[in-house]
Ligand binder design. Structure first.
Ligand SMILES: Cc1ncc(COP(=O)(O)O)c(C=O)c1O
Length: 392
C-alpha cells in the first residue's frame, strides 16, 4: 500500500538523533535548526526524557481516562508552577489541532456564542474548527467552511476596536498566535495583545492564545503572551510539550467551569505521554532553558541582523524568521545539501529557525559560519557571472 502522498519530502532518511544533531543512514551529521518542526524543545533523545519514558513503559503505558491517573496531576502541578498560571486547569489531548479544536469548542460552550475572531496569516491546525480559523483557503475543505469565523488583519488595533464595537456581544473567542509561525514569524505587538485582553473582558468573550508553536519557553518566556504582561483565558500547547512524543493540551482559567462529558479523548493524558511531558518540564527547569532561549536567541538574532543580507530579522527567543533576498533564494536548499543544516521555511521566501532550546553557543556559531559561507559563495558566483558578461 503506498503512503498517501501529501508531504513534499527531502530525500533523506534520519536514523539517529542526539541534542541538536541528527544523522542519516550514511552517518552524515546534520545540525537541526528546525527542531523537527518546532517540536524538539529539550534536544533530541535527551537522556532524562528517554529514562522517564522507558521507566514508565515498564510500569504501564496506557489506561483510559475512566480511572485515576496520578501522573496527570503531577504534570498539571509542574505545568502550573513553571508557567506561573497557578490556578489554571489542564485538559490533555494529543496534538496542536486537537488542542485548538477543544479550546474553541470550550469557548463556545462557556459563552453560549458561536462567533470566533481570527487573524490574517493565522495557522491553527487541520481539524474542522482549527482549520476554519486558519487563513489558508487551500487547506479548508468545503465541509469545514462555516460562517462563524471572522478574520481581520493581524496587529491592526483600529480594525480590532471597530470589530468589537459591531460584533463583540456575539463573540465566543478571539484566537491568536502571539508569534505567528507558519505565517512567517510575525510577532503580535504588546498593544494589540493588551487590547484583545481588554476587549475580551469587556465583552465577556474568551482570549485563546495558540501557543502550540511559540509556547513552552521558545520565545524566552514560558508563554509568548507573557511578553505582553496579560493572561489568556485558554492557552493551547503541543509541539515542544512532549519533545517528539505526541501530546497536547489546553490550560484553562479558573473562571471556566468543567462539566462531565463536555470534552473528551481516548488517548489524551495517557501515562506515557505524561511521562514524556513531565520529563520535558523537569529539563526545562533544571537546565534553565527559558533563560537560555532568551539569551542565545537574542545573540543569534543580532548576528543575523549584522550580516546586512536579510531585510527583516523577526521573532523572540529561539523563534526567529527572516526574509531571504532573491540573490540568496536557494539558501535553504544549500544549507541542507551543502552545509548539512535543517532549517524551516514559510512562503514565499522566509527562513524559520526553531532549534532545540538547549542549543549551544558552538552550534549557533556553526550555523552562522555556514550562512557566512553560503553568502560568500553566492557573491563569488555573482562576480564570476559578471566577469563572464564583461569578457563576452
Ligand atoms: C500555531 C499552531 N497551531 C496549531 C498547529 C497544529 O498542530 P498539530 O500539527 O500538532 O495539529 C500548529 C502546527 O504547526 C501551529 O504552528
Amino acid at each position: 500500500m503506498p503512503l498517501f502522498d501529501v508531504y513534499p519530502i527531502n530525500d533523506i532518511v534520519i536514523q539517529k538523533a542526539k541534542g541538536s544533531f541528527v544523522w542519516d543512514e550514511n552517518n552524515v551529521q546534520y545540525l537541526d535548526m528546525y527542531g523537527g518542526h518546532a517540536v524538539i524543545s529539550i534536544g533530541h533523545n535527551h537522556p532524562h526524557w528517554v529514562e522517564r519514558i522507558e521507566k514508565q513503559l515498564h510500569e504501564i503505558s496506557f489506561y483510559s481516562n475512566s480511572v485515576k491517573i496520578p501522573i496527570q496531576n503531577q504534570l498539571s502541578e509542574k505545568l502550573n508552577q513553571i508557567s506561573s498560571k497557578e490556578n489554571y486547569q489542564l485538559f490533555l489531548c494529543n496534538s496542536g489541532a486537537e488542542a485548538n479544536e477543544n479550546a474553541l469548542k470550550l469557548a463556545s460552550f462557556h459563552t453560549g456564542r458561536k462567533k470566533i475572531l481570527a487573524f490574517s496569516k493565522s495557522f491553527h491546525g487541520r481539524t474542522s474548527l482549527a482549520v476554519a480559523a486558519t487563513d489558508n483557503p487551500s487547506i479548508v475543505a468545503p465541509v469545514n467552511e462555516t460562517g462563524n469565523i471572522d478574520f481581520i488583519p493581524f496587529n491592526d488595533t483600529e480594525v480590532l476596536l471597530s470589530y468589537f464595537q459591531n460584533s463583540g456581544n456575539e463573540l465566543a473567542a478571539v484566537i491568536i498566535e502571539p508569534i505567528q509561525g507558519v505565517g512567517g514569524i510575525h510577532v503580535a505587538t504588546k498593544d494589540f495583545l493588551q487590547t484583545i485582553r481588554t476587549l475580551c473582558t469587556k465583552y465577556n468573550s474568551l482570549f485563546i492564545a495558540d501557543e502550540v508553536q511559540c509556547g513552552y519557553g521558545r520565545s524566552g518566556k514560558f508563554f509568548a503572551l507573557d511578553h505582553a504582561g496579560v493572561h489568556a483565558d485558554i492557552y493551547s500547547v503541543a509541539k515542544g510539550m512532549g519533545n517528539g512524543f505526541p501530546v497536547g493540551g489546553i490550560l484553562i482559567a479558573p473562571h471556566i467551569k468543567p462539566k462531565y462529558g463536555m470534552l473528551g479523548t481516548t488517548f489524551g493524558g495517557n501515562h506515557l505521554a505524561c511521562a514524556a511531558a513531565l520529563a520535558v518540564l523537569e529539563v526545562i527547569e533544571s537546565e534553565k532553558l527559558i533563560e537560555h532561549a532568551h539569551l542565545i536567541g537574542e545573540k543569534l538574532s543580532k548576528s543575523l541582523m549584522e550580516l546586512n543580507e536579510f531585510t527583516q530579522v523577526r521573532g523572540q527567543g529561539l523563534m526567529i524568521g527572516f526574509d531571504v533576498p532573491e540573490k540568496l533564494k536557494d539558501l535553504k536548499r544549500n544549507l541542507l545539501n551543502r552545509q548539512f543544516i535543517f532549517t524551516g521555511e514559510a512562503k514565499p521566501n522566509i527562513i524559520r529557525l526553531l532549534p532545540a532550546l538547549n542549543i549551544s553557543g558552538d552550534e549557533i556559531t556553526k550555523f552562522l559560519n555556514a550562512i557566512h559561507l553560503e553568502i560568500k559563495l553566492v557573491h563569488k558566483e555573482k562576480s564570476r557571472e559578471t566577469e563572464n558578461i564583461i569578457r563576452n
